[in-house]
Design a protein around this ligand. Sequence first.
Ligand SMILES: *Cc1c(COP(=O)(O)O)cnc(C)c1O
Length: 383
Amino acid sequence: MKAVRSIHVSEPDLSDLERSYVLDAFDSTWISSTGDYVRDFEREFAKLSGTEFAISCCNGTAALHLAYLGLGLGPGDEVILPDLTYVATANALLYLGAKPVFADCDAGTWNVCPDSVRRMMTPQTRAIVAVHFLGTPCDLAALRTIADDCGVALIEDAAEAHGSSFDGRRVGSWGTVSTFSFYGNKTITTGEGGMVCTSDPAIAERVRTLRGQAALVDRPYWFDEVGYNYRLTNLACAIGLAQVERFEELKAKRIRVRGWYERAIRDAELPLALQDAPVGADVVPWMVGVVLSADSPVGRDELMRRLASEGIETRPFFHPLHALPMYRRAKTDGGCPMSAQVGARGLMLPTHTKLSESDVRQIVECVGRQVRDRAAATMTAGG
Ligand SMILES: *Cc1c(COP(=O)(O)O)cnc(C)c1O
């Protein structure tokens, strides 16, 4: 059967507001990285993340690099991070010669397990990175306690969790420094883009300096250290400002989509689990993820292929980072067995603001059909 229309896993939500701001930036001729939209987007994003300062940059990976630099991390420093995260969280540590140490994930939230983080602490540990997987906040109270007990920094990679909160406080405001991504599939997008958030004025100053080639304010073309050009354009910030102004709308739509999935999946009694949230979490879902049960008749990759053939695009979860060639020799908590399982059996279902309730029903029905077909085929084959 030929798919009538394909359902994309993600789609940006760009309205007339984004359009009018970006045209205004264009018409002003301030298309580079100086301009009112840069200032306004940074100011409004700081409010959204509950921090004093927000420093825009060209992507979420650059934001991580700047955040790690801002904390002064360097060669030999160990940093504990989840094994189940996007590769950028760890890569930016390698840029500095720091050592990623992988902690395992929790079976229900798929976020880093605080007990595992505690087990991986050594005298060389300098920081913990909390990543809010798919938009669901980590148990930030537990991680904050561990960081404080051990005298190390807490960093948040909040690339997937714009506007989510824990214990009534926005993610991004729990860490000494935190980062966001505005890639095209993220909850707030600028096409490509990133942000470093902090309430520490010294870190903010350091990040601003390094973002702009480490140029000195009062001595043109003199540099006394190596910096980076990680700036974001006024054009991109124009889109970002409109997205922040529309945040309540974007958030409500994503929460509604997740609600439809929860209901449809519960009604269909499928062999898969949705993501748990820790007590105290207020989630703005980035992607709705599901993990197939160990006894699911259909495997993850086969399910994804069959959904694709019916026009439904999905994504697998991240591979556990310890499996990637450049991290094979990194320290892990006993091989991080839970993150390996969740990574192998998880998939992200289409999640964006343009989905209707009937789209979601259709997706879940299609998953159900694949499960039943596969179960029937197995029984036939088994006699
Ligand atoms: C998207 C993402 C990033 C950064 O991505 P960029 O593509 O560099 O903007 C970092 N960490 C996580 C967990 C992400 O999901």
